[in-house]
Design a binder for this molecule. Structure first.
Ligand SMILES: [Zn+2]
Length: 198
């Protein structure tokens, strides 16, 4: 394969990554070409490792390397509370606040009629099954404060309240329309502590 072709394959792959336009793809590709071969090998190995070893937790759908994630298998956590989030990265955001010691449930998205995503496309059935099987007293809904996040929260509240579980929602104070992921730890921590029941 020619050098041009070889470089083009790398540029095409880099260009498929989120937030990487053609200019950035070129900068990264030339950086890797000039970099120490060991650095490039470490990057390639890290990508392969994460893709082969990381999968979804069988209980909460967070990322895990074992059957269950490190949070589900931590016996010191408060097992009477489940915090419901949209994506695994929201688990990391809430963990960074240090304000929450319960368990999680990752929905794998949010209800969005425009994108034809309803509760059946999310891990809602598995959540209801957990409420039947585990000793859960409170469900904290921590979907993003935007339209889809609010729609999802009210759907879950309606479905779950009849089961006799307290349902609460993060307090306001988070930027409306924003992403949990980008909220600062203090604001997010306060929103968890000041959650209101639905
Ligand atoms: Zn888990």
């Amino acid at each position: 394969m020619s050098a041009d072709r070889s470089l083009q394959i790398l540029l095409d792959e880099l260009g498929r990554l989120p937030g990487i336009g053609p200019k950035s793809a070129q900068r990264i590709a030339y950086h890797l070409l000039e970099a120490d071969p060991e650095q490039a090998r470490r990057l390639a190995a890290a990508i392969i490792q994460v893709k082969t070893e990381v999968h979804f937790c069988a209980r909460c759908f967070n990322y895990a390397t074992e059957q269950e994630c490190s949070i589900c298998s931590d016996t010191s956590r408060d097992r009477t509370r489940i915090c419901v989030v949209s994506e695994p990265r929201d688990v990391s955001a809430i963990e960074r606040t240090g304000s929450y010691r319960g368990l999680y449930h990752v929905l794998g998205g949010v209800i969005s009629p425009m994108d034809k995503i309803g509760p059946e496309q999310l891990h809602v059935r598995e959540l209801l099954a957990r409420l039947g099987a585990e000793d859960i007293e409170e469900l904290i809904i921590a979907t993003n404060p935007n339209i889809e996040g609010e729609t999802t929260a009210s759907y879950l509240a309606r479905a779950i309240k009849p089961l006799g579980v307290c349902v609460s929602r993060l307090a306001s104070g988070l930027p409306v329309g924003g992403d949990l992921e980008y909220a600062d730890e203090l604001t997010l921590g306060r929103a968890i502590e000041a959650r209101r029941s639905l």
